[in-house]
Design a protein around this ligand. Structure first.
Ligand code: CP
Ligand code: NVA
Length: 307
């Protein structure tokens, strides 16, 4: 049976108003984790993961439990996406058992196909291109700390999945962001173009530079992500060389506003993209940011699977 369903493949699947509503629900859930217990009673969620995970897996599993539903984790060795079985067959079969799918894949096209071949809501739990649940949690965290105040977010590091979702989210919500990457590691051109279009409509600024110090000048928030993402392990030496000078350390932080907050999607490669003492500093909000994954994703689950 086909019916109208909603996915979260990219942050741009949500309007500014929907994100605002999502954040309101998140606030309620954060205050009272069991406020919506039984809202998803009898519903189940398949977690189809091609890559390892701590935050995404645990927060979705606990989130479903706290909403009265059940999550079923299907790790890299279980389904062998596209090897043991095609994405099409996996999507169609899961549709006979569960009520929603979270997919974590290498190729972004696999998440898109999962949605195409399934009548269930599909949530992107990270692909090589995007990480919308992370981006939404990041922007919820920024809103918690600063409200609607105009702030400058500075992202120093790799123009990859986490940054792509953050850029789209900043554009849609009208947040200013400056990005510093080494030459050749800039964000995807199409995503940047789209994010800038949203930003223009929402009166915010997106700037891309190659100088980390210039990027963090007057920053309220400094954000970084690993230099070697999942699947890029064989490029470690080359990438470590490429990102020299891009570490978020005390010297770089001293170029930002006094008291600038430190964010990282985690996992962190301590001593590479971020210095230990910065990650552990009083201004680091990385664990609150990680906690917010749970609250935001519960609101996402209610939005897509509830009702
Ligand atoms: N930030 C994040 O998605 O973490 P995991 O890879 O541990 O899920
Ligand atoms: N860019 C990182 C994010 C991990 C949450 C990766 O893809 O491995």
């Amino acid at each position: 049976m086909k019916y109208h369903k909603k996915d979260l493949i990219s942050i741009k699947d949500l309007t500014k108003a929907q994100i605002s509503k999502l954040f309101s629900t998140t606030k309620v859930l954060k205050k009272k984790p069991l406020a919506k217990y039984n809202s998803l009673k009898g519903k189940s969620l398949a977690l189809v993961f091609q890559k390892p995970s701590n935050r995404t897996r645990v927060s979705f599993e606990v989130g479903m439990f706290q909403l009265g539903g059940k999550a079923i984790y299907l790790g890299p060795d279980e389904l062998k996406l596209g090897v043991r079985e095609s994405v099409k067959d996996i999507a169609r079969v899961l549709g006979r058992y569960v009520d929603g799918i979270v997919a974590r894949t290498f190729k972004h096209q696999n998440v898109v196909d999962m949605s195409k071949f399934s009548w269930l809501p599909v949530i992107n739990g990270l692909s090589d291109l995007l990480h919308p649940c992370q981006g939404l949690s990041d922007l919820f965290t920024v809103e918690e700390k600063f409200g609607n105040k105009k702030v400058k977010i500075s992202f120093v590091g790799d123009g990859n999945n986490v940054l792509h979702s953050l850029l789209l989210g900043c554009g849609i919500l009208g947040r200013d962001i400056c990005v510093a990457t080494p030459k050749g590691c800039e964000p995807n051109g199409e995503i940047l173009k789209e994010a800038k279009k949203y930003a223009e409509a929402n009166k915010s600024v997106i700037e891309i530079v190659n100088d980390p110090k210039k990027c963090v000048d007057r920053a309220d928030v400094i954000y970084t992500d690993v230099w070697v993402s999942m699947g890029q392990e064989s490029e470690k030496q080359k990438r470590t060389e490429l990102f020299k000078g891009f570490q978020v350390n005390e010297e770089l932080v001293s170029c930002a506003k006094k008291g600038a907050l430190i964010m990282h999607c985690l996992p962190a490669h301590r001593g590479e993209e971020i210095a230990d003492n910065v990650l552990d500093s009083d201004n680091s909000i990385v664990y609150e940011q990680a906690e917010n994954r749970l609250h935001v994703q519960k609101a996402i689950l209610l939005m897509l699977l509830g009702g």
